[in-house]
Design a protein around this ligand. Sequence first.
Ligand SMILES: CC(C)(COP(=O)(O)OP(=O)(O)OC[C@H]1O[C@@H](n2cnc3c(N)ncnc32)[C@H](O)[C@@H]1OP(=O)(O)O)[C@@H](O)C(=O)NCCC(=O)NCCS
Length: 163
Amino acid sequence: MDHKKGKPVSASMVIDQVIEVFPNDLNAHGTLFGGRALQIIDNLAAIVAKRHTGMVCVTLGIDSVRFLNPSYHGDILVCKASINRTWRTSMEVGVKVLAEDFRTLAQKHILSAYFTFVPIDENHKPVQVNPVIPETPDQFRRYEEAERRRQHRLSAIRKQPEK
Ligand SMILES: CC(C)(COP(=O)(O)OP(=O)(O)OC[C@H]1O[C@@H](n2cnc3c(N)ncnc32)[C@H](O)[C@@H]1OP(=O)(O)O)[C@@H](O)C(=O)NCCC(=O)NCCS
């Protein structure tokens, strides 16, 4: 594979990472603690970014986080993560988490988020990212949608008042 021309989404994606919800993952109400869920998905998304680039990658931002349903002790979290699009030195990784009831195997969508990662060199400076190559209809759709989200993020920076 010629990585100078890019890497397919499938080379770095996580398809169904399973994690059990333990008692120490819960909040005071007995459901999965949001901060713990964010830790899990940040780790997962960072692994996808590292696999794609072969570099240390830092999280620049997380957006569109939605906690859609609660999850409970004993649930199996089924996590999916893949690169949606790359630009010059940044990339978007999308993550989706389902909670599976181990008794019934019923799944519900509990969380989705988009991460922006930047690979860095030993001086902590951003470096160029290999292009990502979408191959399936869903990957092409995410690729297109990611550009709109990036424009939105960048326009939000431009709207910030000067200090
Ligand atoms: C990430 C970091 C290295 C970027 O450094 P920087 O000097 O701001 O770099 P740049 O301005 O060149 O921006 C780097 C990329 O981020 C993009 N970017 C910057 N702000 C952005 C935003 N709000 N949304 C989306 N992309 C953004 C830039 O467009 C550029 O991408 P591109 O080359 O693909 O266009 C630096 O901000 C940093 O170290 N942040 C802390 C990271 C961290 O500690 N994370 C938590 C632990 S992992």
